[in-house]
Design a protein around this ligand. Structure first.
Ligand SMILES: [Zn+2]
Length: 259
């Protein structure tokens, strides 16, 4: 039974990772994700040749084509295969931590969205609003499930939005620098995903590494590092508080059952 669950997690992870590669190519270029017409079928990013079904299977297509396009011979970006591999790893990790529960679905979705958001920035594009909003919505579901109320996270998020709004309105013509945009995309989800001292530590880390870290690789990939760090902090703290969370979920289920 356990093997079937892990196999399921592996396949779902690969499929989600594969979908994320499509989003990684299309979102920064403003191409719709859902292919409704013939010209939006999966294509080679370089020669635009339409791909056959077996040519866009996760990982297998990369191995069979030896890492290059079958038509133009251009080397396929290894980030695409890494995204599929990490998608599968995150799915298996979430299953190991939470089993096939609501938390698995929420954390797996958060993991894939973080991977996608981080990868978009690795390809030198700014964070995409729709992905950050999806991470925030996922965080709202998580907080509501764990805390069994809405008001606490709503206060926190509203307060943070107000501070951001006041800060942005002070800027001339609402013009934000690249660093400020990245900070907002990291801070708003962190209010929901990190809690207590972890949130303080995370914010201190973000500010200090932004101000004082002069390592070029860190500066360049600041957002990708920040978003993945947030995911792992949320994953580990949830796992450490698993018993407490389970009690809260059980209490809410008992309360909603008819007597
Ligand atoms: Zn090609």
């Amino acid at each position: 039974m356990l093997i079937i669950e892990y196999l399921f997690a592996l396949i779902i992870g690969l499929m989600a990772g594969n979908f994320a590669t499509t989003a990684l190519h299309r979102l920064p270029r403003g191409i719709p994700i859902y292919a409704s017409s013939a010209n939006l079928r999966p294509r080679c990013s370089y020669c635009s040749h339409e791909l056959k079904f077996f040519e866009y299977l996760p990982i297998l297509s990369w191995i069979s084509a030896k890492g290059s396009c079958n038509y133009c011979g251009h080397k396929i970006n290894p980030l695409y295969t890494l995204l599929e591999t990490f998608g599968a790893l995150i799915s298996v990790l979430c299953l190991t931590f939470f089993g096939l529960t609501d938390l698995y679905i929420i954390f797996f979705t958060f993991g894939i969205l973080s991977l996608l958001s981080g990868s978009i920035c690795l390809t030198n594009h700014p964070p995409i609003k729709v992905v950050t909003v999806a991470i925030i919505v996922c965080g709202m579901l998580y907080k509501t499930l764990v805390q069994h109320d809405i008001i606490h996270w709503l206060y926190g998020l509203s307060f943070c939005c107000l501070i951001v709004l006041l800060y942005v309105s002070r800027k001339k013509a609402w013009h934000l620098t690249k660093k400020e945009v990245v900070a907002i995309h990291l801070l708003l989800p962190a209010i929901l995903w990190c809690q207590g001292w972890w949130l303080t530590l995370y914010i201190v880390f973000l500010i200090s590494s932004c101000k004082y870290c002069k390592i070029r690789a860190v500066e360049k990939n600041y957002f990708a590092i920040g978003i993945m760090l947030m995911f792992f902090i949320a994953l580990l703290t949830s796992f450490m508080n698993m018993e407490f969370i389970q009690v809260r979920i059980n209490q809410s289920t008992t309360r909603s059952e008819p007597h």
